[in-house]
Design a protein around this ligand. Sequence first.
Ligand code: ADP
Length: 321
Amino acid sequence: MHAAVVADGLCKRYGDTVAVDGVSLAIDEGEVFGLIGPNGAGKTTLVRCLTGTTSYDGTASVFGADPKAAERSRIGLLPQSFSPPERLTARELVDYYAGLYDDARETDAVLRDVGLETDADTWYEKLSGGQQRRACVGITLVNDPDVLFLDEPTTGIDPTGRRGLWRVIEELAAEGTTVFLTSHSMDEVERLSDRVALLADGQIVASGSPAELVGQHGGDPRLVIQTEEGAEALARSGYNVEEGAGEVTLHGINASDIHEAVEALSDAGVEYESFTWTEPTLEEVYLELTGRRFGSERSQRGVVAEDGSAPGTLDPDGGQR
Ligand code: ADP
């Protein structure tokens, strides 16, 4: 396995701002690598360094070459803000960009890759947000790149549009394209990436597969019960209990243990308002490693009231993995 993209001690300053602060990484060919961090963490700057669109200190390479000297036809780049002409159809856009290469792919094949066959003749401005972004991904595919840099491809796109883009990325990955994906959506990188790097203030604070990161830094699955009582009784029953204001947390509760824990509550006569089962996700990893809560996305998998109703929304993917 060869490295497609390598950075070693990469730094980028803008005046007094250190946007990228000593980043080292190696992305294997065929890997989907997800770079996650909040706004201002340095994601776009890192992409710009690795695609040869800005200068930097340290070293970087793409397929063994300096990013500025790398073979352009092997690289696809979807910048975060990219606005193609609105009064061209998806087909015309792909055709136009294909015209920039001697050896471009067939437009129909590209449109198929991004699922725009049936909307190929619709003006860009009339496409939905998700379709527009897929058209932009299509533009990056005209040169049949070996590595694709996607800078926040789904930011601002509605949930249906996001899922459509995810399918496109999954299919590209399945065909062996190396993908460098940036995002500030934890569920997105967790779903799509073989490996993830968490970026904070220009530094990678951890990297590994989502499962490795969650296993090492994410804590345990737990049941949080909204109640004023029951901590002692549950501790006597052998549970690992933490008492907080208006809630009791049982640590180490897997999905299959929830039923038993709820029975233990009833047996002890504990009254509670509702309970929430949470399994660790990359959000907890980020919080653990940076001390900062990440975004607004919920890590909790379900909230159930004592009467069995579910006032909270369940995770759209079904809650349990
Ligand atoms: P992200 O993509 O994670 O939102 P950026 O790479 O855009 O982060 O920005 C990282 C830091 O660098 C931020 O503090 C941002 O304000 C700064 N920055 C980015 N681009 C420039 C620029 N062209 N000039 C000055 N500062 C910049």
